[in-house]
Design a protein around this ligand. Structure first.
Ligand code: SAH
Ligand code: AVI
Length: 324
């Protein structure tokens, strides 16, 4: 952990490796029959700021509903996690929901993990100021890869993972089971997992949530092209792509696509990629679960469902699981 004059933390940026990986993902993703980009590249400083604006939108129910569940049940959740745990949060973003937990929980350390360096630094600074007794140990990294967590010298009880926001829904199902299994190995027997999981609901509620009237989600989606132009010297014309949100009933997932509005060729890293009019780049999937299906998948990964809290419409769930 480094101390700077401007803030409490300086999170080492992923910089060079990250640019090479971004380039590789863009080159491979655009070469596919269905062009696609991993959704993690949506989050740079601007992407994180746009995501925070999405969270304030009337149409985007997940944040509002999850926060309400946390407000009602944070005390009970904290009791289940137990004092002195080492609390690791994946995709911590603004750490806003974490504050509700920390009002009732005194962990031995809090490790927020996020790929978006600026958002992570700002949130860690704010949290450390609000909870001065709490060791805050931020890690800027990709949670889909093996990460070294700074917990070696920390005298903690068991390890618990907090993964709110239904970011778990951004994994395809086999990858989700693989990810949960790796979290189980990291926590070990007796470890705890507090997870936000979005649930299936009517199509029009979902489509509005992922295609808001103000176009904030569209800007968030298009940000990956802004980023490719700036960081990789690509020549995407932003006015030649439009955001589209699609619900796939059979798969139970919302998809974000950037649709080419005309026939065009885009250049990146010395390669040319042709787009037909109407052809899309698939930029994100957001799976919506039914509670039984989710419990079965979590069990495959070694997690036993202990408690599930939902709102009165059963739109969203927060779940506490233990490592079997
Ligand atoms: N937990 C917050 C933010 C959710 S948005 C909430 O509930 O509101 C998803 C967060 O995960 C973003 O902050 C994004 O930067 C981060 N993220 C997305 N993919 C990631 C990855 N592969 N590794 C680490 N962080 C990632
Ligand atoms: C972070 N993740 C769970 C959000 C979601 O709902 O899938 C990201 C997002 N995409 C569009 N709006 C918000």
């Amino acid at each position: 952990m480094l101390t700077t004059t401007e803030g409490l933390f300086e999170v080492r940026p992923l910089a060079r490796e990250s640019r090479a990986e971004f380039l590789e993902d863009v080159l491979c993703g655009l070469a596919r029959a269905q062009k696609e980009l991993p959704c993690k590249w949506l989050y740079d400083a601007r992407g994180s700021a746009l995501f925070e604006r999405i969270c304030q939108l009337e149409e985007y129910y997940p944040t509002r509903v999850e926060l309400a569940i946390m407000e009602h049940h944070a005390r009970e959740m904290a009791a289940l996690l137990g004092p002195d745990c080492a609390l690791v949060e994946y995709g911590s973003g603004s750490s806003l929901k974490t504050r509700l937990l920390l009002q009732h929980l005194r962990p031995a350390a809090y490790v927020p993990v996020d790929i978006s360096g600026p958002a992570l630094t700002e949130a860690s600074d704010r949290l450390a100021r609000a909870f001065p007794q709490l060791p805050v140990l931020p890690v800027c990294g990709d949670f889909t890869k093996p990460l070294l967590l700074p917990l070696d010298g920390v005298a903690a009880g068991r390890r618990c993972v907090y993964f709110p926001g239904s970011t778990i829904g951004n994994f395809h199902k086999p990858e989700m089971v693989g990810f949960l299994a790796s979290v189980a190995r990291q926590c070990g027997p007796g470890g705890g997992l507090l997870l936000g999981v979005d649930l299936r609901k009517e199509r029009d509620v979902l489509e509005r949530a992922y295609d808001d009237a103000q176009g904030v989600t569209a800007s968030f989606d298009l940000n990956v092209l802004v980023r490719a132009n700036r960081e990789l010297g690509a020549d995407f014309r932003l006015d030649s792509f439009r955001h589209e949100a699609r619900w796939d009933e059979r798969q139970g997932r919302m998809e974000m696509h950037l649709v080419s509005t005309r026939e065009q060729t885009v250049h990146v890293g010395g390669e040319a990629f042709r787009f037909d009019e109407g052809e899309s780049i698939w930029t994100e999937s957001s799976y919506k679960y039914d509670l039984r299906e989710f419990a079965v998948l979590a069990a495959l990964a070694g997690w036993r469902s202990e408690s599930v809290w939902t709102d009165h419409r059963a739109w969203f769930s927060v779940q506490y699981l233990t490592c079997a």
